[in-house]
Each structure stands twice: as structure tokens, then as C-alpha cells.
Design a protein around this ligand. Structure first.
Ligand SMILES: *[C@@H]1O[C@H](CO)[C@@H](O)[C@H](O)[C@H]1NC(C)=O
Ligand SMILES: *[C@@H]1O[C@H](CO)[C@@H](O)[C@H](O)[C@H]1NC(C)=O
Ligand SMILES: *[C@@H]1O[C@H](CO)[C@@H](O)[C@H](O)[C@H]1NC(C)=O
Length: 497
């Protein structure tokens, strides 16, 4: 029985050894497996890192290439168009930036942002250097002569452009420069208030095409508490007073005033050249204006390019005044609302302006002091004359008071009188559409007729817009119509305003 026991013990031992061996073997295998896994992982990570490095290197290379390309594009554009107004240059650069954004969108967002940021920074540095280079002449003494060839019939007439913070002033300046027949005879002086940098840079980009002067008094202006919302009008008045004083001090004979939201007609300069002698000679005139307050399509004879009028209503919006008038007004210049002030009898003293049938200026829209509604409902329909009229070679003597009153007033009061109703129903065209007259006797009659006919119906100091001796001339269904008071008219009534 002993050997049997021994066998069992040996058997158990062997089994135990085999088991231990197997367990050991399994653990060992696990250990080896773990090691190879780790190695594999390490390899994957290593590969990834390498790929990343490669990507980064490529990114950096791309970045440098793109950067160089963009800088070259910007440089060549600058070189190719050195005299282009800043606005369009900025636009091009903006376009470059948006192109760049598209290119760099393939890169990581932070990379493209940093490139664009760097470029913008560079651009602004260049801008700073540019505006230093383009130092404003800021000096009217650069305009040497007061008369061309010392000929008193050829005055140098500065165009005084009033600017503040509207960068759209470039639309006005482009137009003024485009039609200007002579830089010597019509120097463009841009007077800027407000000190707005963006607007100033645009003005400066015109280099020696224009002269910039800057209203120096940027102190807060005193406004009575009740008129706080009209502060803008106080600033405008201060600006006008300063700029006109500054310009006339240089000894110019007359100045044409243009606001920064005006476009001008092709014969804008010719119109003022032609009317200048009449304004100088006839002391009953005090201004020439390029504006017709009722100059909308439908209310004007669009073929009457040469037709001019006298007007008791001061139109403004592109107008010429003489040094004598400024000497008279400058000493009592108002703190605000200068245009209403100038229309008062104490200032106007019965004097008239010359105005055209077809406007030689047109406002392209004002954001700011004036309200936008007036533009949308009225101003944007004013027709800008497109035909060139050689006013300076025409005989405009007919605009002198004695001749004009004789001819114009006689003509108006010889026209047959019709009622508004007859006009509207077309019962007045029997006589070949000859000029006719509608009579008004009271303020309300005038206002009612004006409203129905589409005319401006307001009065300033008793004067209806475009009125001369109370007469308002316009077109209705291709027929000349005069809205006129009765023949015994005694003058304007201030209470009609
Ligand atoms: C601007 O000008 C200064 C010296 O006038 C110069 O040192 C600087 O590099 C210029 N900057 C740029 C962006 O051209
Ligand atoms: C213009 O200058 C004159 C003379 O120096 C001065 O009396 C007048 O007040 C000034 N007017 C304005 C509006 O600045
Ligand atoms: C100009 O017109 C006026 C009347 O309008 C006339 O008396 C004068 O003779 C004209 N002058 C010339 C040079 O034709």
C-alpha cells in the first residue's frame, strides 16, 4: 500500500507543479503582452507628434507665404493708385482682408486671426505714417491770386465745403473736382469741424486738390437749456461764422458755399461764373443759389436748362455770396439757426437771390442734424440738371431788378387766371398750354393750393419757397403755372410763417 500512497503524493505534487507552472506561464505572457501594447501605443503617439510637427511646420510656411503675398498685394495697390481717395483704397484693403479670411479659414482659427490682426496693425501704422506725410496745407496763403491774370472780370472764387464727421464727404469732393474747369480759379477749401479722424483722413487723401482748414474751437458750446436738442445747429452756426471769416479775411471777392452732402451739376461752376457779374452789379441781389426748392420732376420744365429766376426766398444749398455781404452779416452772425435768421427782413432788406429752374445741386442724403424723413419725402426727388449751359457767354442782364420786374411781373399778370379745379381737370390746355395763373389771397388759400399741387407749402419770414413778389412759378401737366397773389400785392406778411 505504501507505493500507492507515494504515487498519489507524487501525482498531487506533479499536478501542483504543473498548475503553478501554468499560472506562472499565464502571468508571464500577460506581462509580455502588456509590454508590446505599450510599445505600440508609444509608436502611435510618436507618429502623431511627428505629424503634428510637420503640420505646424507647413502652417508656418503657409503663413509666411500668405503674409508675403498679401503684403505685396497691398504694396502694389498702394503704388499703383497713389492718389486714390482713402475710401476706395480702404475698400480695396477691406476686400484683401476678406480674401485673406477665406484663404486662412483653412488654417486654424487662431492662426488666421493673428495674421489678420498683424496685417491690420501694419495697415494702421502705415495710415499713421501716411497722415503725417500728407500734412494739411491748413494755410490759405497757398492760394496766391485773387484774380486770374489780374483781370477783375476773372475773380478767384473759393468753394468752401463744410464738413464734420460724414465720411461720405468724398462723394461731394469727387464731384466738385470732376467738373472743376480750373483749379486756380476755383480752389476747394474744406472746412472741418468736429475733428473726426476718419473724415479728416479722407479729406487729406485728396492731397493738393483741396485745402483743409479746421475749426479750432472744439470747446463745448453754450446752449440754453430749452434748446439742448438743437445743439447741432449752434455748432453749425459757429462753424459757418469762423470759416467764412477765415476765408474772406484772405481778400477773396466772393465765395461759394457747399455742404458735404451735395452733388453738383456739370455746369455748376459755369452757372456761378455767369451770374457773378449780375450779383456784383445789382445791389438788390444778395446771393446766387444753385437750388430750386420746388425742383422735383413733374414740377419743372426739364428742357428749360437756361431758365433762371429772381427769388425773395433764400434757398441756400450751394450758394454764392460777396465779401460786402459777409462784412455786413459777420458782425451780427447768430449763435444758431443761421438760415432762418438770414431770411428775416432785418437781414434780407428786400434783397433777392438768383435761382435756376433746374437745380445745380442735389443732396444725396443727410444723416445727422436734419431729419431723414424730409429727405425721403422731398429732397430725393429734386432733379439735378445734366445738360451743360454756357452761362458765362450768355446775356443775363434780364435778371437785373428793373428789367426783370418790368418783364416778369407784366408777363405773369397778363396770363389768364384759372381756378385750381379747372387746372386739375385739364380744362386749361385749350389754349395750347400757354402759361396760366392761379390766384391766392390768404395764407390758407396758398397752403391748400400748394399741398394739392405738390409744392412746398411753408413760409419763412412770410415768404413762400421760391416766391418772388409772392409769385411761385412751377410746371403742372407740362404747362407753366404761376401761383400768384392779386396784382395789388403789398408785400410779405410775417404772420404767414
Ligand atoms: C513710420 O515712420 C517711422 C519714421 O518716420 C518709421 O520708423 C516706421 O518704421 C514707419 N512705420 C511704418 C509702418 O512704415
Ligand atoms: C468775424 O470777424 C470780425 C472781425 O474780426 C468780428 O467782428 C466778427 O465777430 C467775426 N464774426 C464771426 C461770425 O466770427
Ligand atoms: C442783353 O440783354 C438786355 C436786355 O435783357 C439788352 O438790353 C442788351 O442790349 C443785351 N446786350 C447785348 C450785348 O446783347
Amino acid at each position: 500500500m505504501r507505493p500507492k500512497k507515494t504515487f498519489i503524493i507524487i501525482g498531487i505534487l506533479c499536478f501542483w507543479i504543473i498548475c503553478t507552472y501554468l499560472i506562472f506561464l499565464k502571468n508571464f505572457n500577460n506581462l509580455i503582452n502588456d509590454n508590446t501594447h505599450e510599445q505600440e501605443n508609444n509608436e502611435i503617439i510618436f507618429n502623431k507628434v511627428e505629424l503634428l510637427e510637420q503640420n505646424i511646420r507647413e502652417n508656418i510656411k503657409n503663413r509666411k507665404e500668405i503674409y508675403n503675398k498679401i503684403v505685396n498685394i497691398l504694396k502694389t495697390k498702394d503704388l499703383a493708385q497713389p492718389k486714390q481717395p482713402v475710401s476706395s483704397q480702404q475698400q480695396q484693403q477691406q476686400e484683401s482682408f476678406s480674401q485673406l479670411s477665406i484663404i486662412t479659414s483653412s488654417l486654424s482659427p487662431s492662426a488666421s486671426l493673428s495674421i489678420i490682426g498683424a496685417l491690420k496693425q501694419q495697415q494702421s501704422n502705415e495710415d499713421v505714417n501716411k497722415s503725417k506725410k500728407l500734412s494739411p496745407q491748413n494755410d490759405l496763403s497757398s492760394i496766391k491770386s485773387r484774380y486770374i491774370d489780374d483781370n477783375p472780370n476773372k475773380p478767384v472764387i473759393p468753394i468752401l465745403v463744410f464738413a464734420c464727421n460724414r465720411i461720405s464727404v468724398n462723394k461731394c469732393l469727387d464731384n466738385l473736382i470732376k467738373y472743376r474747369p480750373s483749379k486756380e480759379q476755383f480752389p476747394i477749401i474744406v472746412s472741418q469741424d468736429c475733428g473726426d479722424e476718419a473724415t479728416k483722413n479722407i479729406i487729406l487723401s485728396y492731397n493738393d486738390e483741396i485745402i483743409l482748414i479746421e475749426q479750432p474751437d472744439q470747446s463745448d458750446i453754450f446752449v440754453p437749456p430749452k434748446e439742448k436738442k438743437f445743439k447741432g445747429y449752434y455748432k453749425i452756426s459757429r462753424h459757418y461764422g469762423w470759416a467764412l471769416n477765415t476765408t474772406f479775411k484772405e481778400g477773396f471777392d466772393s465765395v461759394i458755399i457747399v455742404e458735404d452732402d451735395l452733388n453738383v451739376a456739370p455746369d455748376f461752376y459755369e452757372y456761378f461764373l455767369g451770374t457773378y457779374p449780375v450779383l456784383k452789379k445789382d445791389k438788390s441781389l444778395w446771393c446766387v443759389s444753385a437750388w430750386n426748392d420746388n425742383g422735383k420732376v413733374g414740377l419743372i420744365d426739364e428742357d428749360a436748362h437756361e431758365l433762371l429766376y429772381r427769388s425773395d426766398f433764400f434757398p441756400g444749398l450751394g450758394w454764392m455770396l460777396t465779401k460786402e455781404l459777409w462784412d455786413e452779416l459777420s458782425v451780427k452772425w447768430p449763435k444758431a439757426f443761421w438760415d432762418d435768421w438770414i431770411r428775416q427782413p432785418q437781414q434780407r432788406k428786400g434783397r433777392a437771390c438768383i435761382r435756376p429752374e433746374l437745380s445745380r445741386t442735389r443732396t444725396f442724403g443727410k444723416i445727422g442734424v436734419s431729419n431723414g424723413l424730409f429727405f425721403e419725402k422731398h429732397l430725393k426727388f429734386i432733379k439735378l440738371s445734366e445738360e451743360f449751359v454756357s452761362f458765362s457767354t450768355m446775356n443775363l442782364t434780364y435778371l437785373q431788378k428793373d428789367i426783370y420786374n418790368e418783364v416778369f411781373l407784366t408777363h405773369v399778370y397778363q396770363c389768364p387766371v384759372v381756378s385750381f379745379d379747372e387746372l386739375r381737370r385739364g380744362l386749361t390746355t385749350i389754349n395750347n398750354k400757354e402759361p396760366i395763373r392761379i390766384q391766392y389771397n390768404t395764407r390758407d388759400q396758398y397752403k391748400k393750393a400748394a399741398k394739392l399741387l405738390g409744392l412746398m407749402d411753408d413760409f419763412k419770414s412770410g415768404v413762400p419757397r421760391t416766391g418772388y413778389h409772392g409769385i411761385v412759378s412751377f410746371y403742372y401737366n407740362n404747362q407753366r403755372v404761376y401761383l400768384a397773389p392779386n396784382v395789388n400785392w403789398k408785400g410779405y406778411d410775417l404772420t404767414w410763417s
